[in-house]
Design a protein around this ligand. Structure first.
Ligand code: ACO
Length: 430
């Protein structure tokens, strides 16, 4: 990394200038460091949606959106999808290196022994109406973890930060499964330590008192892979939210709860739920043409859910892996889902349509994930919760990195004020 080059910016209007250093990372374009711009010239920068703005330096994940490349700690997502598992990937995101055997078994042991929810937390669920959205329950439950673990947590202590990471990664599936079971009126399940991470989650989701559950290894493998693909994605909206909240010194549970609420929106993680609802609404391959027409109509707010991405302008490498896996999983589970035909037709129609081609709108990670979740028996409202379980390891890795970075400051963007000019309170108003 070198910060040697300089951009000279001269502001003719007020004859002030600024020498702005170019900051280089390991990969990716150089960035103009504008930290001194206001001091030097009296100007802010304006970048709604942050399309040209790097908010931080980070060593966790790298994306080249034009080339369709995604790396976790330098490892291509395709290789991790093929060779790793979710817990190992989480260790990698948190620690920067793949674990050796001993490190992995110690990490797995720690996670396995922090999966229980406090019994009092279970009582919180009873306060929710049975048809509350599970993302609302998840966000509230994770925020409430602060009430259980806040007092003894020092965000400046590396050991405390690590413990918080373990607690969050461990408890998220337990809380998520409880959200589901509460919504269907089933008794909550305790985590079983003899099972691996994803199997344990599936057991907590689907085991009923009346009969033993036979866990399907195809389902566990598919879910593990989806968790790897969703584990991190650099400075997306929810991760940036976690970092912004974290920058205030807020505890990790409050920070991750904020990330969960940001993820919920249909433009972000909520897209997986929205995709399935939309495929259901389209209903048949015969209606695809009308849907594509509506998506192109600027007078219609209808968008093709699961298409487009702020960063990927070629293809989403995760979508490539999931597409292939979707066919395989549906075949292996013997599921014949007519929505797959609708999805395939929609993908085909959009990929050859000028509107989508010109705007580089390709299927994203969420276009196919919902079909797999559905095949695994996971209800639509739980799709974004699944995403949240996986993304927790990325969120907490970023939260830790932020606290390990010397000189971190509170996040505080500027604005262009467009309201009323200064004016006097009218006399005789009261
Ligand atoms: N359907 C139809 N048109 C679209 C779509 C879509 N899904 N996505 C973008 N466009 C159009 C926009 O109308 C705009 O057209 P214009 O240039 O004629 O005005 C152009 O493509 C650029 O779109 P923006 O909204 O400016 O792109 P942005 O980068 O801000 O948004 C986003 C990216 C939010 C993902 C968007 O493509 C979208 O809403 N997609 C559908 C929701 C979705 O699938 N979200 C999941 C993203 S992946 C994730 O978060 C896990």
């Amino acid at each position: 990394m070198s910060d040697a080059k300089i951009v000279n910016l001269v502001d003719e209007s007020n004859k002030r200038s600024s020498q702005l250093p170019l900051v280089s990372g390991t990969l990716g374009p150089d960035c103009i460091d504008i930290a001194t711009l206001y001091k030097d010239t009296g100007h802010f920068t304006y970048d709604p949606g942050y399309g040209s703005t790097a908010s931080t330096k980070s060593a966790i994940t790298y994306i080249d959106g034009d080339a369709g490349i995604l790396l976790y700690r330098g490892y291509p997502i395709e290789q991790l999808a093929e060779k790793s598992n979710f817990l190992e990937t989480s260790y990698l995101l948190l620690n920067g290196e793949l674990p050796n055997k001993q490190q992995f078994s110690s990490f797995e042991h720690d996670i396995t022994h922090h999966t229980m929810m406090h019994e009092s937390l279970k009582d919180f669920f009873k306060g929710f109406h049975h048809d509350a959205h599970p993302m609302a329950i998840l966000a509230a439950s994770v925020a409430s973890l602060s009430a259980f673990y806040h007092d003894d947590l020092n965000v400046d202590d590396p050991a405390d930060r690590k413990l918080a990471a373990v607690r969050l990664i461990a408890k998220m599936p337990t809380i998520a499964a409880a959200c589901f079971r509460y919504s269907v009126g089933w008794p909550l399940r305790y985590p079983r330590n003899n099972l691996e991470y994803v199997e344990r989650f599936l057991h907590m989701m689907f085991e009923v008192p009346s009969e033993p559950l036979e866990l399907n290894p195809v389902a566990a493998k598919a879910l593990d892979l989806l968790f790897i693909l969703h584990a991190d994605h650099e400075q997306n909206a929810s991760t940036s939210t976690v970092r912004l909240v974290g920058s205030t010194g807020a505890n990790p549970y409050a920070s991750i709860a904020a990330g969960i609420t940001a993820l919920w929106g249909p433009a972000h993680g909520g897209a997986n739920e929205a995709v399935l609802k939309q495929l259901n609404e389209i209903g048949s391959p015969d209606n695809v043409e009308t849907a594509v027409k509506r998506a192109k109509d600027k007078n219609d707010s209808f968008r093709l859910m699961g298409f487009g991405h702020r960063v990927y302008k070629n293809f989403d490498p995760r979508a490539k892996i999931i597409r292939e896996m979707c066919h395989k999983v549906l075949n292996e589970l013997g599921v014949n889902d007519p929505l797959l035909d609708v999805a395939l037709k929609l993908e085909e129609a959009a990929l050859k349509d000028d509107y989508f081609v010109e705007r580089k709108l390709y299927p994203n990670v969420d276009f196919y994930s919902g079909l797999i979740y559905k095949a695994l028996g996971i209800p639509t409202e739980m799709f974004t919760v699944m995403f949240a379980i996986a993304r927790t390891s990325g969120w907490i890795a970023h939260w830790i990195e932020q606290h390990e970075t010397p000189g971190s400051r509170i996040g505080r963007p500027r604005q262009i004020y467009i309201g009323a000019d200064t004016r006097d309170y009218p006399s005789g108003k009261r």
